[in-house]
Design a protein. Structure first.
Length: 262
């Protein structure tokens, strides 16, 4: 991140083509083009790309490449801060091949209008992975994902629909904390949640923290056999949709609820 960068202060570069080596664990395009990143709109790759390394394109604020041109279908992991602060990316597509998304991988991608996560190989979404992606309206986490890190989608202020898979076995449950994965996503109106998020040691009211007030539709993903007494504390005027039998203990901390069996 110094004037020793080979393309330091080449501020008229608009397109680059880079190999795996320049987006690896030890070499970052963000440093190779340090102080020249702000004008680069298009990226392409030479040769096969197996992963996008940490900080690879961090701070490429003019980048408008999206979809499989941004993340090729050969990529298996997207590492920490890989596309952080790429505020002009128009949309994000995570291809079928990806198994993990690192911490802050897409944080502050404020221009992204959609997020698509494909396939069933993805297992891990790191902390703050999509934080402050303030234009994304829907998050549908695919079945197969087991871990959603702290703050993963915090400050996604346009978010209104959330789907959480039945395969989850870790998501932040810190009471009243900004570590909540959907902290300050205050326009959410509809959620789909599995057994893990409503029973045992996890409560939906903690997962959605201060983003509960507009949630009016709650779909229970799969066969939900039990719900903690206060799992939906702070939810009001909500309709719960069950695909199987309705567990006892209603209203589970919520107020003024309706129940629909599908």
């Amino acid at each position: 991140s110094t004037s020793y960068s080979p393309f330091y202060s080449c501020k008229n570069i608009t397109k680059i083509t880079v190999p795996q080596y320049v987006v690896s664990d030890n070499v970052y395009a963000s440093y190779v083009f340090y102080n020249s990143r702000g004008s680069i709109k298009t990226i392409a790759y030479s040769g096969q790309i197996d992963y996008i390394g940490p900080n690879a394109f961090n701070g490429f604020t003019a980048l408008t490449t999206g979809g499989i041109d941004l993340i090729p279908a050969t990529v298996t992991s997207i590492k920490n801060n890989a596309f952080s602060n790429c505020s002009s990316i128009p949309y994000i597509v995570i291809p079928h091949s990806v198994t993990s998304i690192g911490s802050s991988a897409f944080s502050n991608c404020t221009g992204a209008q959609s997020l698509t996560m494909m396939g069933d190989l993805l297992t891990t979404i790191g902390s703050s992975a999509f934080s402050s992606c303030s234009s994304i309206p829907t998050v549908s986490i695919p079945e197969g994902v087991t871990t959603v890190g702290d703050c993963a989608f915090q400050y996604c202020t346009s978010l209104n629909v959330v789907y959480l898979p039945s395969t989850l076995n870790y998501i932040s449950n810190s009471t009243g904390s900004s570590y909540a994965p959907f902290y300050s996503c205050k326009n959410i109106t509809k959620i789909t949640v599995p057994q893990y998020v409503v029973g045992g040691n996890v409560n939906a009211c903690n997962v959605f923290s201060d983003s509960r007030s507009k949630i009016k539709e709650v779909y229970l993903n799969g066969n939900v056999s039990s719900i903690n007494n206060n799992s939906f504390s702070g939810f009001s005027d909500v309709t719960f949709y069950f695909y199987g039998s309705v567990p006892s203990g209603e209203p589970w901390g919520a107020s003024n609820i309706n129940i629909v069996q599908l």
